[in-house]
Design a protein around this ligand. Structure first.
Ligand SMILES: [Zn+2]
Length: 269
């Protein structure tokens, strides 16, 4: 029997293709991330309950090297401690990427996507895994607006699901974006109608919309932490589960099936 790509691998390739076609770079960051890039630099205050929103795997401080970047060094001086975690989201790559662009004097706007694994210390069930994939997007430059975000996301979902998909924003809160939005995409099965052949749509439960990710305009504090003047630069960021999109696209209804290595699943896609 021939070798076969896993549905997640195929989805990562597809995401990379969709975004490179419109001028984005695909970048990555470390899965073992400093608390600085994972939380502090993203405007999560220390001891703020928002940190508990993401059940974090902490790593013993002495296990790894000391600060590697300038801003990590500064954070150690500021907080007096320096720790690593398994990244709870791909958003840690935001500040890393902006710093890299500045250091290498690269041209703005920055436009990158980051498909990668993230880790949460939580019990697993059909909708939750302790390890899963996210796709992060970041665009930073001058005169970037929420309208650009909407355009990019409509392009992304339409290409991924191979069908014209609209998105809508609902206001929300995340420490690292201001304003923050929840992104809903129009249901691809019922095309926003909520019914299929007279029966309530099973994918969107009749609402016509599917909650798919969080996003927003990069918080001025995050731009500042990365070394940019927020009066001159703006940007948007988004982050959402890739597994979720794969499950919607394929009809797989249990996230654990994507990770248990069962070839009977892999060979179907
Ligand atoms: Zn529907």
């Amino acid at each position: 029997m021939n070798g076969h790509f896993h549905p997640i691998t195929k989805a990562i390739d597809k995401v990379a293709r969709i975004f490179t076609e419109i001028g984005f770079d695909v970048v990555d960051g470390p899965e073992i991330e400093s608390e600085w890039y994972c939380f502090d630099a993203l405007n999560f205050p220390r001891n703020h309950p928002a940190r508990d929103m993401q059940d974090t795997f902490h790593i013993k401080a002495e296990t790894f090297d000391r600060p590697k970047t300038e801003s990590e060094q500064k954070s150690m001086e500021r907080f007096g401690t320096f720790n690593y975690v398994l990244r709870t989201h791909t958003s840690g790559v935001q500040v890393r990427t902006i710093e890299k662009w500045i250091k290498e004097r690269r041209e703005f706007p920055i436009a990158v996507v980051v498909p990668g694994q993230v880790f949460r210390n939580e019990a697993t069930d059909a909708r939750h895994e302790a390890q899963f994939y996210q796709v992060e997007g970041l665009m930073v430059g001058r005169d970037i607006t929420l309208a650009h975000l909407k355009g990019v996301l409509e392009h992304y979902f339409s290409k991924f699901l191979e069908k014209d998909i609209r998105v809508r924003f609902r206001s929300s809160f995340f420490p690292f974006t201001e304003p923050s939005v929840e992104v809903d995409m129009e249901c691809f099965k019922c095309e926003g109608k909520g019914v299929v052949e007279g029966v309530q749509c099973s994918v969107c439960s009749g609402s016509g919309w599917i909650e798919i990710m969080g996003a927003g305009m990069v918080h001025p504090n995050v731009l500042q932490n990365a070394g940019l003047n927020p009066r001159e630069y703006q940007g948007f960021a988004f982050g959402g589960g890739l597994d979720r999109l794969v499950m919607l696209q394929t009809g797989i209804d249990d996230i654990r099936l994507l990770y248990n290595g069962d070839l009977r699943l892999v060979h179907q896609f």
